[in-house]
Design a protein around this ligand. Sequence first.
Ligand code: PLP
Length: 454
Amino acid sequence: MTIGGCDAVTLAKRFGTPLYVIDEDEVRRACRSYVQEFSACYPNVRVVYASKALMVKAIALLVMEEGLSLDVCSGGELYTAISAGCPADHIYFHGNSKTAAEIAFALSVGVLRFVADSLDELYLIDRLARSKGLVANIMLRLTPGIEAHTHDYVKTGQIDSKFGIVIPNGDALRAVGIAKRLANVRLTGLHCHIGSQVFEMEPFADAVDIMMGFARQAHEATGFVMEELNIGGGLGIRYNSKDDPITARDLAEAVAPALIDSASRYGLPLPSLLLEPGRSIVGEAGTTLYTVNAVKRIEGVRTYVSVDGGMADNPRVALYQAEYEAALANRMAGAGQLSPESSETWETVSVAGNCCESGDMLVWDVAMPRPEVGDTLAVFCTGAYNYSMASNYNRYPRPAVVLVRDGRADVIVERETYTDLVAHDLVPARLRHASARPAAAGSARLDSAGAQSR
Ligand SMILES: Cc1ncc(COP(=O)(O)O)c(C=O)c1O
C-alpha cells in the first residue's frame, strides 16, 4: 500500500502507530475541484474551508495556497490560523457561543467576517467593536428549516436547533433590523448550513431558495441588500462502498442555477456565493495506520482484531456509528490474497480500539487476509473529524500527523509524549507528601477504608 508515493508500512515503522497520514495531492485536488467547478457556473464565488474538519497549521496554509479562505469556529482555531501566518482578512469566524474574549481577539486580528449566531452575539460584537473604535463586518447565520444528513432530508420548517437565528418566528427579520441599526456592525450577508455528509443536491437548492426568499422579505422590511450568501458545507464523502457521494461539480450545477433563478424571481441582485466544505476537502485524503496487538477468535461468533488506537484518535464510530473500510497495509499484494474469493486465508473481522469501552470499535465486519499480531492495519477516509476530534481518553497521547506527497513524508503534528500528557497537571501541596511515600500512604488509606467498611 502506498499513500502519496510513500510505502505505508515504512511510514508506520518510521513514525510509529497510530499515525494519521494525509495525502497532500488529494487535499489539493479537492480544493481545486470546488474552485474550478463553482467558478465555471457562477460569477463570484468564494470557497471557505471549514477548518473544524482538520485544523493544523500546515493544512490551513495548504488550503489557502489553493485559493480557499478559512472558517474557524473557536478562538483556538483562529489562533492556529493566525500563528501559521494565514491572513486574517481571509478568515470567517463562526460559533454559536463565542465569548467576549474570543470576539475581542478576532477584532484585534481583523477577521474578514463574524458569522453571528444569535441576537446576544450581535449586541456583543457591536459593543466590543465600539470599544475598539471599529466596525465589524458580519453575516447572520439563519436556520432555513432544512435538515439533511446523508439521504435523510427533512424540509418541515423544523427550527429546533442550537445553531442559527430562526426565520419562521420572526427572529431572523428582527436580527436584520437590529444589525442595520447598530452603528458598529455592518451586515454583509446571510449564512446557512443544512447538515453534513449530504448526498443529495435538492436540499442545497431548496436552502438557496429559502434564503433568497428571506433576503427579499428583509429587503422590503429594512432595505437590507444581501451582498453575499453562504450556503455552508456538508457534501458527503465515500467512507465505504455503500456511500455514493455527489461531486463538487454536481453541487455547482445544482446550486448556481438555483441561485440565479431565485435572484431573478425575487428581483434581487446576484450575491457573491460562499461555500464552506470541510469533510469533502480533507476526509478522503486521510488514512490512519495502526499496529495489530491482539487477535481474538471466538469460533462461530466474531474475530476481534485489537489495534493500538481507537476512539481516542477516531471517536466517530462510537459517536455517530460511522462506518469505515480497512485493509492490512503489509499484506496487500500477497499471493492469493487480492480478493476475498481467491483464498481461504481471508477472514471477516471487526477492528477493536484500545480504550476501556466496549463501544470502542473502529470497523465492524470487514474482510481481510487472516490478520496476525504485528500487521499494519489501515483505516481509510479518516482525514476529517478524526485528529480534530481526538482526545486523550485513557491518557493515550495523540498520534502524529504526516503529510505525504511524491514519496516524501513530512510530520505536520508531532506525536504527543507522556510528558505532554502531564504537562498541565498540578498537585496541591497537601498531596505532595503522598507522592514521596506512595506505598506507605497507599496502604495506610486502604487500611483505614477497610476499617471503616467493616
Ligand atoms: C457552519 C458550518 N459550516 C461548514 C461545516 C462543514 O461541514 P462539512 O465538513 O460536512 O463539509 C460545518 C460542519 O459542521 C458547519 O457547522
